[in-house]
Design a protein around this ligand. Sequence first.
Ligand code: DC
Length: 228
Amino acid sequence: MTLPPVITLDGPASVGKTTVAHAIATQFGYLLIDTGAFYRAVALAALRANVPIGDAERLIALAAQLQIEVLPADGSNGVFYRLRLNGEDVTAAIRSADVEQIVSQVAAVQGVRQVLNATFRRLAAQHPRVIMVGRDIGTVVLPDAALKIYLDASPEVRAERRRKQTGEPTSQDIQQALEQRDQRDSQTTLFYPAQDAHYIDTGNLSIQAVIARVQDLIADWQARHGQT
Ligand code: DC
């Protein structure tokens, strides 16, 4: 059964990209690559090495010499993959508030993006089946990908989902933080669906329904390519 060799899954923060990608990766045998985690790893390394966020040259040099590896995980406790930075497991560390605070600024440095984009393209070329999650994968990183998907939802919906996940009493603060994140991210990345991406408004859909839509898109792709 032929499958699309590369699937891109773009969209804003907290829209459910990684959850969906993990389900598809597990079902069909894809390597899941969450590109946001790589930006987070560079931010973490910069914090540890005391590289000032304003020093683009040092940030780029740092990014270029990092060894970042992704290992599969089974999704329990919300861990969809493990990330290693120079051999150390940093899966939890890249989610810290300190990293969260600076990662958009790190991602705004064009040279850092170039270094990481080269890594992403190499990973996609090395593995027979890759599902790559991010913001600009279908537009910039892998514009020739076989199947492109863009997940979207309003900040209200995304904040409410995150509140349910975290068990926090109110989603208003979460929504405000998300809107700030969107704002920071949109200044630096191509924050829109690729022209040939399948756009899914997840606002009224359960995560299972979104996964089912992606499964349908894969089946359509197979039908169009003469394989089932
Ligand atoms: O998806 P995330 O929250 O883990 O992403 C972390 C940061 O990296 C966020 O500020 C957006 C940025 N990012 C990016 O600029 N380009 C990508 N392809 C993926 C993430």
